[in-house]
Write a new protein. Sequence first.
Length: 317
Amino acid sequence: MTDWAERIRAGLVEPVERAFVGQREAVEMAALCLLAGGHLLVEGPPGTGKTTLARALAACLRPAEGARAWGRVQFTPDLLPADITGYEQPLLTGGPGEFRHGPLFAHVVVADEINRASPRTQSALLEAMEEGRVTVGNRSHALPAPFLVVATQNPVDLHGTYLLPDAEMDRFLVRTAVDFPARETELDIAAGRLVPPDDLACPQLAAADILAARAALASVAVTDTLVGYALDIARATRRSPALTHGVSVRATRALVTAARARAFLAARPYADATDVRDLALPVLAHRLLPASDLDAASVLTALLAEVPAPESAACAP
């Protein structure tokens, strides 16, 4: 486990940080999603490097044979599901058409300004994000593994946007935010001194390495006590009068998986209550719907203060 954690940090986290400077939390959340098999929703003002993050991630991976490391979809109101998934090209001779792959067929896919597409088009991502495949006509097509969607949206400019459906929000393992960098970092960006994503060193990690690391993730112990703590947090959201609805069973499992991945990246043999508590906001807050004008993150923060956390010793196997 320690070897894998070091390889991922040296081959993924550190190179990405050279291209996406000053946003360490977002980089670590992206690495966590890739390791845990989840997807990432990044929010922030335009021009803060959200797409750069995904491009740098893709630049650090050697794609599997026949696959592409990188794909990008600019979401617009006139975008159709087939523009994302691909389509079947009819044959003049009849019979099954030839499938034309869409941009989803890559290891890292940027869904840029995802909230500018209609709900119908956004729904084309649901099967892909949950099952790693797309169904067109009567045939299913597997997506490359690993498969990571990095979706971006601007939380300020809401003109001409659509709310992401609850079912889609529930499929993002983590939501994170990026903001304007510190002055020194912005000075380097403006002067062109940062490493462009395409100029990063040759990738040290193959797609197969990420899949092997995912298999090794099972070596991180997660006790029933810790799972019970995550469950208590989830059930507290379902009882809260400040929320229209709480998180799903998928969200509870996502929180446990994220805690395990965080411990793995830190080369720790087991996850503890700190992992669950620190990840509760990025993993759960975007899945909540407040009953009033309250902020979901504020409601969840208050609930976390009420749910007793187990001692670290109780989380040890």
